[in-house]
Design a protein around this ligand. Structure first.
Ligand SMILES: [Zn+2]
Length: 200
């Protein structure tokens, strides 16, 4: 009885090391120095008003294509998790992954293409989940999409009503809902700080 209890205590006190990697293919995926951002890709940047979109803070980072691969440049999750939302409508294609590590958090991958995973799939940092847009897609949607938008959420994304035109889009992020720094910090981590603390 006593031994059993001790074993149980030992089990719960052992620290589980969660694996983290940056979401793009580079020679070393364990350093944020290998993430290159676009010119206006920083977290927390104030984005000017555009037709139909009020001024808002940039809730993620815009990651540049790491290699000159305009056909199949893969995108990976930063840690293991479950796909909880998927939308595949052109330049706004998006995946949301729920992670249950030392605490829950959610990651968002947007302006992606060639999605390779299904809703509720288990994924790890080794799973290619999608890719950067290829040359044809960039010619069609615009070269401003030559990056992918990456977010890390502190809170559960917004649950959506079922939409038959996008049946696998179950959640939305707070991407265009951050009008103050307080909003930004309530919903989002700075992805580079978050990763820098956890990468080995
Ligand atoms: Zn962005």
């Amino acid at each position: 009885m006593k031994t059993g209890l001790l074993l149980l205590l030992f089990f719960f006190s052992t620290n589980v090391a969660y694996e983290y990697n940056i979401p793009v293919k580079t020679t070393d995926r364990s350093s944020i120095n290998n993430i290159e951002l676009t010119e206006i890709g920083e977290f927390g940047l104030l984005r000017k008003e555009r037709p139909g979109i009020p001024a808002h803070f940039h809730t993620g980072i815009d990651i540049k294509r790491p290699n000159r691969n305009y056909h199949s440049e893969s995108i990976y999750p930063i840690s293991e998790g479950i796909v909880i939302s998927k939308r595949q409508d052109g330049p706004y294609a998006q995946l949301i992954i729920e992670h249950e590590n030392e605490h829950k958090f959610w990651t968002v991958y947007e302006h992606i293409a060639g999605i390779e995973v299904n809703l509720y799939d288990y994924v790890s940092p080794e799973t290619p989940i999608a890719r950067f847009m290829n040359e044809n897609e960039l010619n069609r949607y615009g070269w401003q999409f030559d990056h992918f938008h990456f977010e890390i959420l502190k809170v559960q994304p917004i649950k959506l009503k079922r939409d038959h035109s996008k049946p696998e889009r179950l959640f939305a992020s707070y991407t265009l809902a951050c009008y103050t720094i307080d909003d930004l910090n309530k919903y989002f981590y700075n992805p580079l700080e978050f990763l820098d603390k956890r990468l080995n």
